[in-house]
Write a protein that binds this ligand. Structure first.
Ligand SMILES: C[S@@+](CC[C@H](N)C(=O)[O-])C[C@H]1O[C@@H](n2cnc3c(N)ncnc32)[C@H](O)[C@@H]1O
Length: 453
């Protein structure tokens, strides 16, 4: 209910105001900035499905931009443009306006809506059971978030939608790979292009506390993601870029908001990223915009990073099929097959890279995967038994958390494929310290382990 939302304080509103002021300046000066600096007009201005003609989304943008603290604290109820679902009425947003009056009887009406069992709760339950707890999206009771409270999580269409993206990321093996990279290097860099209101960013930042997270989006959309994340994560640094001169390599640990027309400046700054994410948004851009992003991302991920994208073929709507254009920039493509998510509605998921991703992902992405470093002379040492159903085993300087449900493991006979299947299923963790393996096992719920088994 709205009545259960956390009240916001002065500090949060001050941070939101700062972001709003920056976005207002960026949008006001955008066209002049683009022309003055000789930037690519076709890439820089909103195009495809986001051309401004009579776009209801712009009404929501102005409502939030000019709105007082009460309007800001209901942000989620004006954000239907991103997921296509109207949270206010818990129904599809198609054909409905984004901005509606929210009166004092809203919670009473919502209570009636919530009495009816929801398709989204059932679908959410089915997929979330297949994803480790640390990769679950848990929207906070802020900014107008409402829904069914299930196992302590506010569930609505959008909770389901972003959990779908997380399940796919997890099943691709990327999240486990990124975790290992974070443990090894103490930092990971994530770039999301077209981040909507910031839901995936919030979930990934929770999963990767040491990440630096950049969202590149139309400034009008950055208004939403920046306000949302500044309130959701007041403990993090937030930087809203306004000009090409501001753009520097990703700042450690915080969030950066990059207006789309400054993307070439990010590429020019020599930034590098481990993971670039694009979901349901290349499919709404022009072919030229997709091609320009493809070229830039290829340079940003170099030989060490990966682009994860899920997009539909929108040629029937007069738009493009982004995969045709991404193929021009990346020599390697691997399609993610999911056991939990149907990819019919939202499109096929692909990983793109400059290096081969054949075989199992974990081993291919990490140049020195831990399981490869076990030599025949190494003997396993049981360091701790039954931590939430996992055994902690040390071998050859690696620390494993192994689900007991796997049964006895012969470290020298297990194939790369088996290791990766267990890792992807959350039944095995490999880290470089006892503490890391313990932290993984302790964060598991025994029920989840049994389910995986
Ligand atoms: C349908 S929403 C998808 C949001 C979210 N990624 C998801 O999976 O639900 C499309 C997103 O693409 C963004 N977008 C549209 N044109 C863009 C452009 N030229 N550059 C960057 N982002 C763009 C929109 O602002 C919006 O955030």
């Amino acid at each position: 209910m709205l009545a259960d939302n956390r009240a916001l304080g002065h500090v949060e509103f001050a941070s939101v105001r700062q972001h709003k002021d920056a976005i207002r300046r960026v949008v006001t000066s955008r066209e002049a900035h683009v022309r003055q600096h000789g930037l690519d007009l076709e890439f820089s201005l909103p195009g495809g499905n986001w051309t401004p003609d009579a776009h209801d989304f712009l009404v929501a943008y102005r409502h939030l931009l000019d709105g007082d603290s009460e309007i800001t604290s209901r942000l989620r109820l004006y954000a239907q443009a991103f997921s296509g679902h109207q949270l206010l009425t818990m129904s599809p947003g198609c054909g409905k306006q984004s901005v509606n009056e929210i009166d004092e009887y809203y919670d009473d009406r919502l209570r009636e809506i919530l009495r009816v069992p929801s398709e989204w709760v059932a679908r959410w339950r089915a997929i979330v059971a297949q994803c480790p707890d640390r990769f679950r999206f848990r929207p906070q009771p802020i900014l107008g978030e409402v829904g069914w409270l299930v196992d302590g999580v506010i569930v609505n269409h959008d909770t389901y939608a972003y959990q779908e993206r997380l399940n796919l990321l997890h099943e691709s093996g990327l999240l486990t790979w990124l975790e290992r990279r974070e443990q090894r290097t103490g930092q990971v860099r994530i770039l999301e292009i077209g981040g909507g209101y910031g839901a995936l960013a919030a979930a990934l930042k929770r999963a990767f506390p040491l990440s630096s997270y950049t969202i590149c989006d139309l400034p009008e959309s950055l208004l939403f993601s920046g306000c949302y994340l500044r309130v959701a994560r007041p403990d993090c640094a937030h930087l809203t870029y306004e000009t090409a001169q501001d753009v520097v390599a990703p700042q450690p640990f915080g969030f950066q908001y990059l207006p789309n027309f400054l993307f070439p400046a990010l590429v020019g700054a020599g930034a590098t990223y481990d993971l670039v994410v694009n979901t349901l948004s290349f499919s709404e851009m022009t072919a030229h915009q997709v091609r320009t992003y493809g070229e830039g991302i290829s340079s940003l991920i170099g030989q060490g990073g990966v682009l994860f994208e899920q997009n539909q073929d929108n040629r029937h709507m007069g738009l493009c099929y982004c995969k045709d254009h991404l193929a021009e920039s990346f020599p390697h493509r691997r399609t993610v097959r999911s056991r939990t998510v149907r990819q019919v509605e939202n499109g096929i998921t692909d990983l793109w890279s400059n290096f081969a991703l054949d075989g199992t992902l974990g081993a291919q992405l990490d140049p020195t995967p831990a399981v490869d470093r076990i030599s025949t002379g190494d003997r396993p040492l049981l360091r701790k038994q039954d931590v939430k159903g996992f055994n902690i085993v040390e071998i050859g300087g690696n620390f494993f958390a192994l689900a007991q449900s796997i049964g006895p493991v012969d470290f020298h006979q297990t194939s790369e494929r088996e290791w990766n299947e267990w890792i992807v299923a959350g039944r095995c963790f490999v880290g470089s310290s006892f503490e890391a393996a313990m932290a993984f096992a302790s964060s598991q719920r025994k029920a989840g382990v049994e389910q995986a088994a």
